[in-house]
Ligand binder design. Structure first.
Ligand SMILES: *[C@@H]1O[C@H](CO)[C@@H](O)[C@H](O)[C@H]1NC(C)=O
Length: 253
């Protein structure tokens, strides 16, 4: 397992290098259209099969003054992406890469084979049913970075949610066809913090600006971490309920 992870990261690094060279080869025009084309991924090292769907990857600056940028990788749905919802996926930690885990080992289409050199298509990828967007968050995690080193030491839930919201607003400028699309947040573990906190920022912004381009329909979190207090409470309350159930004195309404 350790070995697989390690070789997986080497391959991911290779992905990044290829992406970076693609990006520099096509110059640095600033219109969003060319930004979109620049982000298009054609093929990957270790990929010996074709895919029907388009995918894009790159950086979105979330704070210009600090030089903070989040890295994303977006996969269109395998069939008829225009009719499918948009789903954002965030891994937890804090400190786990959504690219390294969510995409390459969990719900993404490209998984790394045990040889660490080649890829295979995950038949259970969520892009079978949705357009799925992986973001390394916060800055300092995975390929996301800040040019102000202090940022990485002072990350917190509040700034993470704000950065993610800034990311989304700029990402929708690059992908305007997804504006107003049914949108869901998802993630696991410490994303039990990131996801509802981002949902709150989105809802508050909608209320104050009336702008519905980020059309949040719902969120889901798995094996979540809500913090020690809530986890303990659900652990204790959960075992209390199962004790009641096992004695047959608990009636469900
Ligand atoms: C960070 O600094 C590098 C080197 O000056 C620059 O090329 C890059 O655009 C900066 N990143 C951001 C997000 O401003």
């Amino acid at each position: 397992m350790e070995k697989r992870r390690k070789s997986g990261s080497v391959l991911l690094l290779a992905f990044a290098l290829v992406l970076a060279s693609l990006a520099s080869a096509s110059g640095s025009s600033c219109s969003e259209d060319s930004a979109l084309e620049k982000d298009r991924v054609q093929t990957l090292p270790g990929q010996d099969f074709n895919v029907e769907f388009a995918h894009y990857s790159g950086y979105v600056t979330v704070d210009e003054e600090a030089g903070r940028a989040l890295f994303y990788w977006f996969f269109e749905a395998a069939e008829d992406p225009a009719s499918k919802p948009l789903v954002l996926w965030l891994n937890g930690g804090p400190g786990c890469s959504s690219i390294g885990y969510g995409l390459a080992e969990e719900v993404g289409p490209f998984h790394v084979k045990p040889d660490g050199k080649s890829l295979y298509l995950n038949p259970y990828s969520w892009n079978q049913v949705a357009n799925i967007l992986f973001v390394d968050s916060p800055a300092g995690v995975g390929f996301s970075y800040s040019n102000n080193t202090n940022d990485v030491l002072s990350n917190g839930d509040e700034r993470t949610a704000k950065d993610s919201f800034n990311f989304l607003q700029k990402w929708f400028k690059r992908f305007p066809q997804y504006k107003g699309r049914d949108f869901y947040l998802s993630g696991e573990s410490y994303a039990g913090h990131y996801v509802p906190q981002l949902a709150q920022v989105i809802v508050r912004s909608q209320k104050s600006t009336g702008d519905k381009s980020v059309n949040l329909k719902g969120y889901m979190v798995g094996i979540l971490d809500l913090g020690f207090f809530f986890d303990m409470e659900s652990l204790i309350f959960g075992s209390f309920i199962s004790t009641l159930k096992s004695k047959g004195s608990f009636t469900q309404k």
